[in-house]
Design a binder for this molecule. Structure first.
Ligand code: BES
Ligand code: MN
Ligand code: ZN
Length: 497
């Protein structure tokens, strides 16, 4: 979809989108269209008792005398509540309402009802952003031969706004972030017969064209580095494990370094502690943490952020096999700490243990944030709405939650405590990879903390939010690209001058 901004005169042909406030009051442009159509707009509003509630829509086709004009009325709800995030959702509603209509282009008249909180260029850019985010579907495997064509959105969406240049500038920056979100969504959606660790590494290499330095470690190099924990997870797979290091140096040499670390299990069968068959197909998105990191690097580099950001992803496939690790195995991590593998399905933490240790050791970052579809337990705690956040640093946790709030990604802080840390002690090794049944997301986080070497660190368990089973305001069901926007925002708010 092509998005444009212009300060043109009100067109009276084509597909026109008019915003209607929560009180049903028409804007000046809507009134003038009503007049030009001899009251067709107000008649339709009365006939349908259209109130202008948020997302409510009503189409007036070919009013008499203006047969070449179609009007889509879109409710914004209360103008007082119309902040940037609400406006993004309205933009998504516009996109959806235009899906499947015969027109391939439409003009949105950016004029909110009186007293609206967001208006002008800011409103236009937010509407466009919402439409852009909603314009994603994973359909590369839908063939003409096998599936009915799905209704698609408009090819072109024009926004008519006073201050078009400012709107364009602001939207262009957003578009770079949305590219990162979509890149993450593509990676997360890819089926695992294609999505191997090496395939993922190849996707990372694509970031080179944005100016990101990309390095790939194979199994031999990781073995040399002593990454016995990560490698044990991949040893049952015929596909070689990989670690990818991405570096974006957009800031001054002396500027702080943010590092983002991701769990990239390209398929999680559970290994020898094999998962039940029902729902196992969900495990194609067990690389969602890596997806977040790669998508965030894409966004940050794409908008040329003046910050230094490192992304590290551990890519493995967890398979049962004659060569797979067994429950009861004891592995030695890069940190030197030994781990008794009680359950081979608690593999994400084994991957992150070495990825975290490697990151802090090599880069001495000012902050480390890891992302992982780590536990089913976080879904029991927070449902499919909130990501769980753990941190050894209160200020860092606050900044991350704040960045999430700013972009509309819900993040909830969870506790760490020595009492949970003790629960992963074992007499046979320095630690075991699972704790008791209760508090499973917390003991997983405690496990990771043992590999942070006291660097300011946060861990986000995104098992509940990396994928949505239902349509959300800004997306269809499927991969969310969760936390790409939050991380871009986090960097913008705290690490750019
Ligand atoms: N990848 C899973 C967690 C998961 C489950 C993510 C459902 C998304 C949806 C993870 O590797 C796992 O299997 N965790 C186990 C840990 C347990 C064995 C301690 C879990 O949560 O059951
Ligand atoms: Mn698992
Ligand atoms: Zn997993």
């Amino acid at each position: 979809m092509k998005i444009s901004f212009a300060e043109t005169k009100l067109p009276i042909s084509g597909y026109l989108v008019l915003l209607v406030g929560g009180d049903g009051e028409l804007s000046t442009s809507a009134k003038s269209i009503d007049k030009a159509t001899k009251g067709a707009v107000s008649r339709a509003i009365d006939a349908r008792s259209f109130t202008g509630n948020k997302g409510e829509s009503l189409t007036v086709y070919a009013p008499q005398g203006r047969e070449k004009l179609n009007i889509l009325l879109l409710g914004t709800g209360s103008g007082k509540k119309l902040d940037v995030l609400q406006a993004q959702e309205i933009g998504a509603h516009i996109y959806k309402a235009l899906r499947g209509v015969p027109a391939t282009s439409a003009t949105v008249v950016v004029e909110a009802a009186r007293g609206a909180k967001t208006k002008g260029a800011e409103l236009a850019s937010a509407l466009a952003a919402g439409a852009r985010l909603r314009d994603y579907s994973y359909d590369k495997f839908l063939t003409k031969a096998g599936s009915k064509p799905r209704p698609t959105g408009p090819d072109r969406l024009a926004f008519m706004v006073k201050g078009a240049a400012a709107a364009r500038r602001s939207y262009n920056e957003f578009a770079a972030i949305a590219d990162g979100v979509d890149f993450a969504r593509d990676l997360v959606s890819e089926p695992s017969n294609i999505k191997s660790p090496k395939w993922m590494a190849a996707q990372c290499r694509k970031l080179t064209k944005l100016g990101v330095k990309v390095e790939v470690l194979g199994e031999a190099q990781m073995k040399k580095l002593g990454m016995g924990s990560l490698l044990a997870v991949g040893q049952g797979s015929v596909r070689e494990s990989q670690m990818v290091i991405m570096r974006w140096n957009g800031g001054a040499k002396s500027a702080k370094t943010v590092s983002l670390i991701g769990k990239g299990v390209t398929f999680d069968t559970g290994g020898i502690s094999i998962k039940p068959a029902g729902g196992m197909e969900d495990m194609i998105w067990d690389m969602g943490g890596a997806g977040t990191v790669i998508g965030a690097m894409h966004a940050i580099a794409g908008r040329k952020a003046k910050a230094n950001v490192i992304g590290v992803v551990g890519l493995v496939e967890n398979m049962p096999d004659g060569n797979a690790q067994r429950p009861g195995d004891i592995v030695t991590s890069m940190s030197g700490q030994t781990i008794e593998v009680i359950n081979t399905d608690a593999e994400g933490r084994l991957v992150l243990a070495d990825a975290l240790w490697y990151t802090q050791k090599r880069f001495k970052p000012d902050v480390m944030i890891d992302f992982a579809t780590l536990t089913g337990a976080i879904m029991v705690a927070l449902g499919r709405e909130y990501a769980g956040l753990y941190a050894n640093d209160d200020a860092l946790a606050e900044k991350i939650v704040g960045a999430g709030n700013a972009v509309g990604e819900k993040i909830w802080r969870m506790p760490l405590h020595e009492a949970f840390d003790k629960q992963i002690n074992t007499p046979r090794a320095d630690m075991k990879n699972v704790g008791p049944r209760f508090g499973g997301s917390i003991t997983a986080a405690q496990f990771l903390q043992r590999f942070t070497n006291d660097v300011p660190w946060a861990h986000m368990d995104i098992a509940g939010v990396a994928w949505s089973d239902k349509e959300l305001p800004l997306m269809e069901k499927g991969a969310a690209g969760f936390a790409v926007r939050a991380m871009d925002q986090f960097v913008r708010e705290n690490y750019e001058n």
